[in-house]
Design a protein around this ligand. Structure first.
Ligand code: BEZ
Length: 202
């Protein structure tokens, strides 16, 4: 299998964390793509018409994307404890948390493009403010519900750890920990896992 990814991509990090947690890295060749929203990578586009990473090329020549599909596929390849609960309320709790984390990342990556790549005269301040508010709401909700997250290792809690890690990486000045002691404690605890320590960006 060949993984198109990038060290700075938080979605690529989520897949890398799953590869660590499941012990599957030795079966995967890693390829770091060089791309931006306006400069796609030809090899990524050949495998994924959306031109997005992460993208996992399988040995039969087919390709999987996005990170959610890749992570669930990988979770089916190992005999250890599953990161995607098989069924019932715990499955949907994990999937919902992953959706929240991925939504936070879509928002944060969009903000990064808007504030870093987009020429200053073209920036849309109302849009930037609305995206920041979305992140604030998500972080406040997580502060309310994160009790016990550190004891629950699944795709949901790992994805939240990746989302918080990306905020630290690209938006450290926004100080998401301020006023959110429970979420900060969860992040400090889960960040000790070798899978997250080995993939920390920056
Ligand atoms: C970043 O540099 O923040 C980034 C890189 C790849 C994908 C998304 C974000």
């Amino acid at each position: 299998m060949r993984l198109h990814t990038s060290p700075a991509s938080p979605f690529g990090r989520k897949v890398a964390v799953v590869l660590h947690e499941t012990g599957l890295w030795p079966r995967v060749e890693r390829r770091d793509a060089s791309l931006s929203p306006i400069a796609p990578d030809a090899a990524v586009c050949a495998a994924n018409p959306l031109g997005k990473i992460p993208c996992l090329e399988l040995d039969d020549g087919s390709a999987l994307y996005d990170s959610r599909v890749i992570c669930e596929y990988l979770d089916g390849l190992h005999p250890g404890p599953k990161l995607f609960p098989a069924d019932g309320p715990s499955r949907f709790a994990a999937l919902r948390l992953q959706a929240l984390a991925d939504g936070m990342l879509d928002t944060a990556v969009g903000l990064r493009y808007e504030t870093f790549l987009r020429p200053e005269p073209l920036r849309w301040t109302d849009w930037i403010a609305a995206q920041k508010l979305k992140l604030t709401r998500a972080l406040d909700r997580l502060e309310q519900e994160c009790e016990g997250f550190a004891q629950r290792i699944d795709i949901g809690t790992l994805a939240i750890a990746c989302a918080l890690g990306y905020l630290d990486f690209r938006f450290a000045d926004d100080r998401w920990r301020d006023g959110r002691p429970r979420l900060a404690a969860f992040e400090a605890k889960i960040a000790e896992r070798p899978s997250l320590a080995a993939t920390r960006p920056g």
